[in-house]
Design a protein around this ligand. Structure first.
Ligand code: FES
Length: 524
């Protein structure tokens, strides 16, 4: 295959294009700083009609795009279908950090042992090297830099000191050569170690560049929602067409449609903000773990910008008192000189696997490939998933890692706690939410917010738009019939059972559901 040219769009000359209020009560744009800093583009092509291909990749985040790119390089005909625009879901809302470790190294060591920890770490470092090589070879302008990861605590609490010691030991076992380091944060730390050779980039620019690379070699369709996956017929269907392919890759975070893996993952929503600060934070991955914060800078802006990520809750369990963005802003104000309004705030989904490792490989159907359970470590797992899935499609003998990460693995002892929590959550919402009765008529719903009202068959998900008009939908999630809940920070209806999300007026934002919420007549 001849080397493709790189097609990237220039950054906005003005830097940040989204700007929101000054305090914790700002109006959230829910657009990540990476997307807010990038020119708005929609040159999407929608699938019309039926086509045949070797592989259809559903989802155009980092996993789908890198899988498609590697498949094209291996000579396969590839179709990519993306429900929205490439990179605009969880990849574009990620922190842009790539690291060989995972966010819970000591837990991984305790569950899986030293050999697995070393193998997982080496494979993740290999995946980062693959992204480095791709970015270098094609001159992709996505701010990729090699940088240290700094793991720190602020507290002197014995439990935190013990956790620090356990993580440091696990990093040593993993072969990452952590070294104690004072770090470069402008506030006191109790303990801190650094690991060299990790990486950082702008995840949205990477996706747009990958889309450009792929444009000459694959058939790319955005704004094209898959509404049915027929594994037996090896076909996926959209509202306006069909793709027949020998292999179906579900690079959709949680596998689209029904999949037993959904019963093995806890789902969380995590929030991030970007704020201007007086002094730029040095480039690097900065984890302050006892306060649950990940910090980084945003290069190439007119003013230094600090990204603060943390504050999460189970998806579908948002509460108006949580104010995640406000808490992140307060954290920043207490440690940095914040000298302007919040530039962007956003959130992303995390799927936490029951046994601590993601599920990557062919699922119950040999021709259907999935990649999920990345927790907070999605960019690196996504890059690794692309390598493993392409190897699998090529029929190369599965290696130890492919067995380890197989979606078909059965790990009852390692998974017991996760299964119990996931199933307790599903039962609580599947049964308990049906018994709740909000008997008001929705007249108290403020513009720009929503609430589930009524009971039984009359239950409605009501959203009042900014003009005051009420929109009514069924609150029953079309995936497996749990009751959705309003999320006022993400401006979405979120399903507490397996994480499907819907826009204010019911349109599908992310699966596993394949359809939006059914419209209902607005109560008079
Ligand atoms: Fe499974 Fe809603 S996502 S029931």
């Amino acid at each position: 295959m001849s080397p493709p040219s790189v097609h990237t769009n220039p950054r906005s000359a003005n830097g940040i294009t989204a700007s929101i209020g000054e305090s914790s009560s700002f109006e959230s744009t829910m657009t990540s700083i990476w997307m807010a800093s990038y020119p708005s583009i929609d040159d999407s092509r929608v699938l019309l009609g039926d086509i045949t291909s070797d592989v259809v990749v559903v989802g155009a985040g980092i996993t789908g795009l890198l899988t498609a790119w590697r498949l094209c390089n291996a000579g396969y005909r590839v179709v990519v279908l993306e429900a929205g625009l490439a990179g605009q879901k969880n990849t574009g809302a990620s922190t842009g950090n790539l690291y060989g470790s995972t966010s819970e190294m000591a837990t991984l060591l305790a569950k899986w042992g030293e050999d697995v920890l070393r193998e997982v770490t080496a494979s993740r470092m290999h995946a980062i090297a693959g992204v480095d090589a791709l970015v270098t070879e094609y001159g992709i302008d996505c701010g990729f830099v090699r940088t240290p990861l700094q793991w720190s605590i602020e507290s002197n609490a014995p439990a935190e000191r013990q956790r620090y010691a356990r993580e440091l030991a696990a990093y040593r076992v993993a072969g990452l050569s952590p070294h104690p380091s004072p770090g470069q944060l402008p506030f006191p730390l109790t303990d801190s170690f650094s690991v060299e050779g990790q990486a950082q980039l702008d995840p949205y620019r990477l996706c747009r560049a990958l889309l450009g690379l792929l444009s000459r070699h694959a058939a790319l369709f955005e704004q094209t929602q898959v509404i049915d996956i027929d594994a037996a017929a090896s076909c996926v269907r959209t509202a306006t067409g069909k793709v027949h392919a020998n292999h179906i890759v579900l690079a959709t975070h949680s596998p689209a449609g029904f999949n037993l893996l959904q019963a093995e993952m806890e789902v969380y929503r995590e929030y991030g903000i970007a704020v201007p600060v007086q002094t730029p934070l040095p480039i690097g991955i900065h984890w302050v773990t006892d306060s649950g914060r990940s910090l980084r800078s945003v290069p190439e802006q007119q003013a230094p910008l600090l990204v603060v990520v943390g504050e999460k809750h189970r998806t579908g369990e948002w509460s108006p008192t949580q104010d995640p963005a406000g808490r992140l802003l307060k954290y920043a104000q207490e440690r940095f000189v914040v000298n302007g309004p919040v530039a962007a705030s956003w959130s992303a989904q995390q799927f936490k696997p029951a046994d601590g490792l993601p599920y990557i490989g062919s699922s119950a159907h040999e021709n259907v490939w999935v990649a999920t359970g990345f927790q907070a470590d999605g960019l690196t797992w996504g890059a690794l998933a692309a390598e493993l899935i392409v190897q699998g499609i090529e029929g190369r003998q599965p290696d130890d890692l492919a067995h380890l990460l197989s979606p078909l693995r059965i790990t009852p002892l390692k998974s017991a706690g996760g299964w119990a929590r996931t199933n307790a959550t599903v039962i609580k919402h599947l049964l308990g939410d049906r018994l709740k009765a909000e008997v008001d008529d929705g007249s108290e719903i403020a513009p720009g917010s929503g609430r589930v009202v009524g009971k039984g068959e009359g239950r409605c998900a009501l959203y009042r738009d900014e003009t005051g008009m009420l929109h009514a939908m069924s609150p029953v999630c079309p995936h497996l019939k749990c009751i959705v809940q309003w999320n006022g920070d993400a401006n979405s209806w979120d399903c507490p059972c397996h994480g499907s999300r819907f826009g204010p007026t019911g349109e599908l934002l992310e699966g596993p559901a394949l359809n939006g919420l059914a419209r209902k007549q607005t109560p008079s």
